[in-house]
Design a protein around this ligand. Sequence first.
Ligand SMILES: Cc1cc2nc3c(=O)[nH]c(=O)nc-3n(C[C@H](O)[C@H](O)[C@H](O)COP(=O)(O)OP(=O)(O)OC[C@H]3O[C@@H](n4cnc5c(N)ncnc54)[C@H](O)[C@@H]3O)c2cc1C
Length: 336
Amino acid sequence: MAARQSQRLLRPLLVLTSATALAGGVIYISYRPRHLPGSDPVGDSSLAYSPDGHARPPRFPDVKSRDEQIADLKRSAGVRSDARKDQGWRAIGSSVSRLLGRGGLDDAAQARDDAQEEPYDLLIIGGGATGSGVALDAVTRGLKVAMVERDDFSSGTSSKSTKLVHGGVRYLEKAVRDLDYNQYKLVKEALRERKYFLDTAPHLSMWLPIMLPIYQWLKAPYYWIGVKCYDLLAGAENIESSYFLTRSKALDAFPMLKRKGLVGALVYYDGAHNDSRMNVSLAMTAALYGATVVNHLEVTSLERDVSGKLCGATVKDLVAEKNGRRPQEFKIKAKA
Ligand SMILES: Cc1cc2nc3c(=O)[nH]c(=O)nc-3n(C[C@H](O)[C@H](O)[C@H](O)COP(=O)(O)OP(=O)(O)OC[C@H]3O[C@@H](n4cnc5c(N)ncnc54)[C@H](O)[C@@H]3O)c2cc1C
């Protein structure tokens, strides 16, 4: 009798607890803290002021000037120049510090300076997308890297591309049509790289919808299967799936499309980026990581050692020439 009574009491209690837990869960899921873009607190943007009331400019990382970078290049071939004369003072400071028994930091600076006298592990000729990418990759792997560009960074092909960061829909077509496994691997790798690009430089890259107008019904399944395979291959690396647009929707989106014979359109997504800014960012990031990166410096000849192995290059400073001064030529030593 008593057990039945307590059961009668327990049941509504259990129902009430479950209902409360469920309602709590629903409320939590609906109003849980989420990270909304732009919701971060703004950083302290207030300027620092010196005691006499002057605003202190912000501090930037210790990046070497062009002259200092050129001095580093020369030092790889054993030439010391004026731009590094402060290093002489640094050496004196280091000796004094050692005498005073606090050599740690100065010794490290001295060791870095001595390392500048070593030839570069890698000298990259050309500061386009390839050179800048290789420079960043190599310097972040711990190699001593120099990159010289005869014009400005990205002044060549790298600023004149279609600006796509693509997996290559047409390479996929080739892979299927010719049963070419290498083309398939290329597309797969490019799709992975596309995601890295979009993730690491969201300020310079974006997703781009691309519309393929279709003028024959027969071609619609061919294109549809093609873009769906492209989506499938991208897998988790994809952000938007491709879709079909009716004729009227396609004309709404692109009123200038040729109307005659248009049956619809397919839309698929690829990446796009600002090619020249991306190129310059790569070169600057390589410099921040310690690569010696100089533009308007042209390689005029390559150097070989006695065994015939490439061991450096002769370069010409074109800034001096552009300013009507005699261009200086000097050598850079490198292992590769
Ligand atoms: C029309 C077109 C569209 C393209 N569209 C795309 C696209 O959408 N997506 C994509 O991923 N790729 C695209 N590409 C390919 C891509 O643009 C190139 O693969 C890439 O830009 C090549 O970069 P690079 O650094 O090898 O060459 P470049 O950018 O040409 O760089 C070579 C650099 O070397 C310098 N140089 C040459 N000689 C010397 C010397 N003696 N001393 C010092 N410096 C020197 C030059 O000044 C130049 O800056 C496209 C290419 C073309 C032509």
